[in-house]
Design a protein around this ligand. Structure first.
Ligand code: 4AD
Ligand code: MG
Length: 430
């Protein structure tokens, strides 16, 4: 029976054939252990010299790392293996022999691994990270579909900026200038006026000269946008969504979290509601903790975010930032115009901001003033103003950075491992 490693539980004590690669091999004079991987999982194959033909035993002993094979064997229950099963190998058919695979089980430096990212992805650790990333994407679609959202795809090539012009990737669009999308938000606002509640999931680009463990040049963002939803309800949807992601990974990626050595007790606690702290109070908290470097009106850096997050064991919303340091489209607090109805969601354990969101300006007059204050070309943003001119409604939305969320939930030191082929400062290869 042809099957995959993920399905062997259906064939206990039966003979199966699996297309696989040799991830690792150990052998002595009497027994050979093959660590097999097929993309769906990892299983140990066992060959006892005394129980098989000499030719098979010698063939198994000679298998090199990453050689591709069709392996046939009897599925056996095995309590000691993480999978719960092993394979008593009865035959090995070599498909292609791999010679001198560069990534050996010994330790390699980060640069070496990054240069070989196309091969590094095959490792058990990277396999686990990609499975967790996939689960977060799957759970995202499930959450928004179950809650009445429609998936809408905003363009990648755009004529305007959503998040300020300093980090735009420029390109030519025939004779015109164009930019790679920093955020689909402005288009999602138009979609929300047509479809009510919408979400997008796509790549976004920031030409940020930041070389930190939290920054990618190309990253994927989930951007929901909701008509008739105001600030507080926006936060409630965010905390439900993030709780749903964490609980889905805990439920469906047990083996992967174990492989990564993730402390899941910290994740099990993550359930809505999440604490909220205003920017004003966050500044006070930082001053109490001895951060004299930050003044009201300045944006938080990573050390500030981490210090605030450490006061809570849940993700925490920092709300009502100064109008001056936030995006042009955010709605001012009706009770005080110097702060906006926004929130950043800061993940626990020092993983930083995973969501940025806000209620949007719905008054066309105020929006026009913002264009002027931010030196935006009113002509280019005319379509965006139209959303306020024809049946304007209160509306809100947010953007969740997929890779930062993967880093947090999987417990990874650096964002480079959260995406198959990271685009980093000075890295476009492979
Ligand atoms: O806070 P940001 O810039 O918000 C927006 O783009 C809004 N237009 C979203 C919206 O309201 N629809 O980015 C949102 C999130 C951040 O919280 C972070 O998780 C992630 O995107 N992010 C990055 N992730 C990796 N590398 C980078 N360089 C990132 N920049 C932002
Ligand atoms: Mg932000």
């Amino acid at each position: 029976m042809k099957t995959t490693i993920s399905q062997v539980h259906k064939y206990v004590d039966q003979e199966v054939t699996i297309g696989a690669w040799i991830a690792n091999k150990r052998s002595s004079g009497k027994i050979a252990f093959l660590q097999l991987r097929d993309g769906t999982g990892f299983i140990q194959g066992v060959i006892v010299k005394a129980e098989v033909e000499e030719e098979l035993f010698q063939k198994a002993k000679g298998l090199t790392q990453e050689t591709s094979v069709y392996v046939t064997g009897i599925v056996r229950k095995d309590e000691r293996s993480p999978l719960g099963f092993e394979l008593g190998v009865t035959n090995v058919e070599i498909i292609h022999e791999a010679v001198d695979y560069p990534i050996t089980p010994k330790k390699h430096g980060t640069d070496f691994l990054m240069d070989h990212r196309h091969l590094w992805l095959r490792s058990k650790r990277q396999h686990s990270v990609m499975k967790i990333r996939n689960e977060i994407i799957r759970a995202t679609y499930e959450f928004f579909n179950e809650n009445g959202f429609v998936k809408v795809d905003p363009p990648i090539l755009t004529g305007t900026s959503a998040e300020g012009t300093t980090e735009l990737f420029h390109t030519k669009y025939f004779d015109e200038d164009a930019y790679l999308s920093q955020s689909g938000q402005l288009y999602m606002e138009a979609a929300a006026m047509a479809l009510g509640k919408v979400f997008s999931f796509g790549p976004t680009f920031r030409a940020e000269k930041s070389k930190t463990r939290r920054h990618l040049i190309e990253f994927w963002m989930i951007e929901p946008e909701m008509s008739f939803v105001e600030h507080e309800e926006n936060l409630e949807i965010q905390e439900q969504y993030v709780s749903y992601l964490v609980q889905s990974v805990l439920k469906n990626c047990k083996l992967e979290l174990e492989t990564l050595g993730r402390d899941t007790s910290k994740l099990e606690k993550i359930r809505a509601p999440f604490p909220r702290i205003t920017y004003d109070d966050a500044i006070k908290l930082l001053h109490e903790q001895g951060f004299d470097d930050i003044q009201w009106g300045e944006d938080f850096g990573a050390p500030h975010e981490t210090a605030i997050a450490e006061s809570f064991d849940m993700p925490v919303f920092i709300t009502h930032y100064p109008t001056e340091i936030k995006s042009f489209y955010m709605k001012p607090d009706p009770t005080r115009a110097d702060v906006v109805l926004c929130a950043d969601l800061i993940a626990p354990e020092g993983y930083g901001e995973i969501i940025g969101g806000s209620q949007r300006i719905d008054d066309p007059k105020l929006m026009k003033e913002r264009y002027e204050a931010h030196n935006l070309d009113a002509e280019a943003y005319k379509w965006y103003l139209d959303l306020r001119e024809y049946g304007s409604v209160p509306h809100s939305g947010f953007g969740l950075g997929l890779e930062r969320t993967v880093a947090w939930i999987a417990g990874l030191e650096h964002i480079r491992e959260t995406i198959p082929f990271p685009r980093l400062l000075n890295r476009l290869y492979p």
